[in-house]
Design a protein around this ligand. Structure first.
Ligand SMILES: *Cc1c(COP(=O)(O)O)cnc(C)c1O
Length: 348
């Protein structure tokens, strides 16, 4: 679907277009062949990205999905179990890549609104290797939790879950596609959220506003192996400084994520005030609106919103997601609430 100019596009924080500064950075980037480690801009981005999350090293990859799938591949052996949350992105939205690319079996834990499994739930989900059982190769957590509404999971809860896995010598990956949203919402440095885990994914192309790219970070040995798996998965890029340069600018956008969170809070309050709509106060930039009380299905709401000039996505039968981002200002939020109200009225 091509979105027209007047539409307030709240489908995702991936819809932002690069700023003039990012375009300028791309145009003037110093580049080289990154497969030979010759691209100074990529090297600089990987240094700065590692610094931003407090890891030894980092790897620039085309997407968050590839970052997660590389992490699964590096941490596990085929046939092992991957333990993750029932609504996690890796389980729900990555085309069963863990099964297809790494040959692992997934075991899910329903963490409910808590988003990260309790230590007891992790303990119960871990499988030790024996004559009949394959053993758990990896625990994966997610922060912010996308599907459950951009929930910022407190550091202590990540620590507690990771500690149980650590005691069993099972590595822990964090799908932190929006880890900086979590950090800003929790008022902590991203490195504190990442400290308890062995590897982390984060996206430059979401709230941070880069046109493309994600980061997979961890210790030197992990990133060395991840670099080989990136090549295996077809993600070795050449003069990638052209796209890494805007990524460097994107890292400057961390603090301003607070503005997106404030916008989301206003949006949720506006939607929650509409008859038949429940929109819980969000932690970060993702607003989920439930319309079961209004008897309005998400698929119909998405179509009516599109006609009324608001982009959003269906999350479940009666749940629709609206995401705030760099290209949405206060006036857009107010307009969006009016237009969504009109869309609902058209369905009544
Ligand atoms: C968006 C997202 C991803 C995947 O990122 P892409 O760059 O779209 O592949 C992974 N995990 C979570 C939690 C996400 O929200």
């Amino acid at each position: 679907m091509e979105i027209d100019e007047d539409t307030i596009d709240l489908r995702s924080d991936t819809v932002t277009t690069p700023s003039e500064a990012m375009r300028e950075a791309a145009a003037t980037a110093e580049v080289g062949d990154d497969v030979y480690r010759d691209d100074p801009t990529v090297n600089e981005l990987e240094r700065r990205a590692a610094e931003a999350v407090g890891t030894e090293a980092a790897l620039y990859v085309p997407s968050g999905t590839m970052a997660n799938q590389i992490a699964v591949h590096v941490h596990t052996e085929p046939g092992q179990e991957l333990l993750l949350e029932r609504e996690s992105h890796i389980y729900r939205w990555e085309l069963a890549g863990a099964a297809k690319l790494s040959g692992v079996q997934t075991r899910t834990i329903d963490a409910g609104g808590r988003c990260v499994p309790t230590p007891d739930a992790v303990a119960a989900g871990l499988v030790s290797e024996d004559l009949h059982r394959p053993g758990t190769g990896l625990l994966s957590l997610e922060n912010t939790h996308n599907y459950r509404g951009g929930v910022a999971v407190p550091v202590e809860e990540i620590e507690a879950a990771a500690a149980v896995a650590g005691d069993a010598d099972v590595p822990v990956h964090l799908d932190g596609a929006r880890v900086f949203n979590a950090a800003v919402a929790l008022g902590v440095d991203a490195s504190e959220i990442v400290a308890p885990v062995d590897s982390v994914t984060f996206c430059l192309s979401k709230g941070l506003g880069a046109p493309v790219g994600s980061i997979l970070a961890g210790d030197e040995a992990f990133v060395d192996e991840a670099r080989r798996v990136r090549k295996l998965f077809g993600g070795g890029m050449r003069q990638a400084g052209m796209i890494a340069a805007p990524g460097l600018r994107a890292l400057e956008n961390v603090d301003r994520l607070a503005e997106d969170h404030a916008s989301a809070e206003r949006l949720a309050a506006g939607l929650d005030a509409l008859s038949g709509v429940t929109a819980p106060e969000p932690d970060t930039n993702i607003v989920v609106a439930h319309t079961d009380a209004a008897g309005v299905e998400a698929a119909d709401l998405v179509t009516a919103c599109k006609d009324a000039g608001v982009g959003c996505v269906e999350f479940d039968e009666y749940t629709t997601r609206f995401t705030t981002h760099l290209d949405v200002d206060d006036a857009d939020v107010a307009d969006a609430v009016d237009r969504i109200g009109d869309a609902l009225a058209s369905l009544a």
